[in-house]
Design a binder for this molecule. Structure first.
Ligand SMILES: [Zn+2]
Length: 199
């Protein structure tokens, strides 16, 4: 089990200024081969992710590590108790999108770092990524559909970009409408349906 906490932009009705700064930072590339400190950071992210049943993905800055490391499930998005076998998730270091194809698809997304809201986000349905694996080997990956969406969401985190920066409709819980309107200005839609998965 991991006792690492996921940083959030706000909690209840209070803005987390310090955590927001960490979430907004541009992450650094990791130098290859990885030194001991970096290996520890990679392990910390993997352990944190595997300790979560609800998350579809997690990026290092979400746990306060400003390095380009992301991890996400590659299947079983609707399962709560997924097997967490190594073949069930992707761990990418210094990921870079080398190709994006298809017409953008718009879908509602949630994020562990932006609790209680969902935003409609447009993403490419197919991407190719160049990255390093856990042993520092160069890898090329291709993802489609929902996995491609999750990968793009996690890569955005490495650039300090969050779903609230996207232009799409924002869904908030009605009981907190006042707080979110104070935070975001005019809200386009209330009553989050709570069905989108946190990534
Ligand atoms: Zn996220």
């Amino acid at each position: 089990m991991s006792d690492v906490r996921v940083l959030t932009l706000w909690k209840d009705e209070k803005i987390n200024e310090e955590e927001a700064l960490l979430l907004r930072r541009l992450c650094e590339d990791i130098r290859v081969p990885f030194d001991e400190e970096r290996k520890k950071e990679i392990r910390t992210l993997v352990d944190a992710f595997l300790s979560m049943d609800e998350a579809a993905g997690l990026a290092a800055p979400q746990i306060g590590i400003s390095k380009k490391i992301i991890i996400f499930r590659n299947k079983g998005f609707n399962e709560k108790g997924w097997s967490k076998d190594e073949s069930d998730y992707e761990l990418l270091i210094n990921p870079r999108i080398t190709q994006a194809r298809g017409e953008m698809v718009t879908m509602t997304e949630g994020c562990l770092s932006c609790p209680e809201i969902q935003v409609e986000v447009s993403r490419y349905p197919e991407i190719k990524i160049r990255a390093f694996d856990v042993s520092g080997r160069k890898i090329n990956k291709r993802y489609t559909d929902y996995v491609a969406r999750v990968a793009q969401h996690e890569i955005d985190h490495l650039e300090g970009k969050l779903i609230i920066d996207c232009e799409g409709t924002l869904y908030i819980p009605k009981q907190k409408q006042e707080f979110f309107e104070r935070t975001f200005g005019k809200i386009k839609a209330v009553n989050g349906n709570g069905i989108s998965r946190n990534i």
